[in-house]
Design a protein around this ligand. Structure first.
Ligand SMILES: [Zn+2]
Length: 332
């Protein structure tokens, strides 16, 4: 190895190609972004896996289809986030979706689809928007929106969210009411990176941020008794709902209905409310829920991510905002 020659070559590159001096900062953060070969640092550690080299088995409801991540991820981002969102929010979404897939590539498939790594059911894994369907939905904005989505995936090629060196369960939701929920508030597992954090979206930027759902007393009674036949919903409606307790994120932690104590999460499920952040009043002839935000509230808020992007945050900063104590790095 002739060091003087190498040094001389390096000097020549630096002298004649000054823009490259600034390029490595970008390349280090976005390993897949440029056509440059991987840096020495990357080749010394485990080789990053590019999206084009990773095959994922997808259950589409009828059959298992094998696709590369490069082919599959744009349809997932299109299916889960408006293409009009800020580039940093779309990139954060792409990384969250890629991480979710890697989580199951490492862990093994869900029992719902034992022969596929993920599926296209948004109630199970993530929605996937078929390119033909996207063309119909987006009309004359198809090329523009596709380019935005494709950039979000390509600019983050191979990057995932890691906690203790492993891909995280990168869940997300549409919007929160000032703060996200910790996973233990919603599900059994209390994961260290899914904590309650502040979220900046407001009713000014989120459609249907505030929603009102009203039930007649007879409908409310029938729906609740179908789930909890032991409840006593006789007498005046004013006394049906008591002891509403809120958690620190503003969601209903628990409440008592007709003598039955249940969680806000279950109440949300029973009445198909947009979130567990609600006030409820039972009086006169009806029961009214006033709900804020949309979704389970855990992990990244998509509208919050868009707001942080508007404020100038990068996709890495957005992900580290919502997923506590994580790092961003290449999948391996
Ligand atoms: Zn699934």
């Amino acid at each position: 190895m002739k060091r003087p020659t190498l040094a001389g070559l390096l000097m020549t590159v630096l002298l004649f190609l000054p823009p490259l001096i600034f390029a490595p900062a970008t390349a280090a953060v976005y390993p897949g972004r440029t056509a440059e070969k991987p840096t020495t640092v990357q080749t010394e550690t485990s080789a990053p896996r590019r999206d084009a080299d990773v095959v994922v088995r997808v259950w589409d409801g009828e059959r298992v289809v094998e696709r590369t991540l490069a082919d599959y991820l744009p349809g997932v981002v299109s299916g889960e986030m408006p293409a009009t969102f800020e580039p940093a929010a779309l990139a954060a979404q792409a990384v969250a979706e890629r991480t979710y897939i890697y989580y199951y590539l490492h862990k093994g498939p869900k029992s719902a689809h034992p022969d596929a790594d993920v599926c296209t059911d948004p109630g199970c894994c993530s929605a996937w928007l078929d390119p033909e369907e996207a063309r119909k939905r987006w009309g004359d904005r198809f090329e523009e929106y596709s380019a935005r989505i494709n950039s979000a995936v390509a600019d983050t090629d191979g990057q995932i969210i890691l906690y203790d060196g492993a891909p995280i369960m990168a869940v997300f939701h549409s919007s929160s009411a000032g703060a996200t929920a910790a996973s233990g508030q919603v599900w059994a597992a209390d994961l260290p990176y899914l904590r309650s954090v502040a979220s900046p979206e407001t009713g000014d930027s989120v459609p249907n941020y505030y929603s009102v759902t009203t039930f007649s007393l007879s409908d409310f009674r029938a729906i609740f008794l179908a789930r909890h036949p032991e409840a006593d919903l006789s007498g005046g409606a004013e006394g049906w709902i008591t002891d509403v307790v809120y958690d620190e994120s503003g969601r209903v932690e628990r409440l008592t209905v007709g003598g039955v104590t249940l969680s806000g999460v279950e109440m949300r499920s029973i009445f198909s409310l947009r979130s567990a952040c609600f006030n409820v009043t039972a009086e006169g002839e009806s029961v009214t829920f006033r709900v804020t935000g949309y979704g389970h509230g855990v992990g990244m808020s998509q509208y919050g991510a868009n707001e942080l992007a508007r404020q100038g945050k990068t996709w890495q900063e957005i992900l580290q905002w919502y997923y506590t104590g994580v790092t961003i790095g290449p999948a391996s």
